[in-house]
Design a binder for this molecule. Sequence first.
Ligand SMILES: [Zn+2]
Length: 231
Amino acid sequence: MKAKVLLLIILAFFLSSSLTTPTYFSELGKFVILVHDVSPAYISQIERLASIINEYGLQEKTYLFVIPNHGGGMPIEKDKRFMDLLENLSSWGYHIELHGYTHVGREFKCSREEALSKIELGIKIVKAEYFIPPRYAISAGAREVVLANNLTVIERFYLYSPEGMVYPILNREYTWRISKILYTYQFSRAASAYKNTKGTFFLSLHPTVVDNPEGVKFLHEFFKIVREDLG
Ligand SMILES: [Zn+2]
C-alpha cells in the first residue's frame, strides 16, 4: 500500500514537472507579451499600454489579439480611429492577431460550420498568424478549422501549430485584478518564474491593466527586468 502511494506521488511529480517545462520557440524567443481583448471598447487603454511597452522597446515582442466584432456590435473595419491605431502599432513592430470574433460567451465551443464562418470573417479583416480563443474555450472541431486556416492556436497550457504539432506552454497572467495587498506576492512570483523558465515566457495582459495603479507599477518593474535580461 505504502509503495503504491509513493509511486503515485512520484508519478504526480513527473506529470506536474513535465507540465511546467514549457517549450522554447525560436521564432518567438525568450519572451512574448500577449494582449487579449484588443477592441474599440479599450482604445484609450491600448494607447496607454502601448506607450509603456514602447518605453522598454518591447513592441516586436508584443502580439495584439484583436476582437473583430466585439459583442456583435463593434465591427472594427467600420471604426477608422481603431483601424488607424492598429496600422500605427503594426508599423512600430507590433503583431496583429485574432481573438475570436465577437467574444460573446464561449463562442468557439461551437460546431465546425460556425467556427469556419467566424474565422473567414476574421481573417478578411486581420491578417493574423496566431489565434487565442476567448476564455481559452474551443471545441476540437473548431480548433481543427482554425488550424486548417493556417493559424497557430494558443491556449492556456498548449500551443497547436497548423503543421499538426502540440507543444506544452504556460500562459501566465499576473495583473488580472491585481491589488495593493497582492502586489508583492504577484511580482515576486512573476520575477522568479521569468528567471527560472527555460521555455518561451508568455505574459498575457488585458488592456484594463493600465486603469489600475498596481497594474502599471507591475508593467514597469517587470519590463525593466525583461529589458535588462534581453539586452
Ligand atoms: Zn478575451
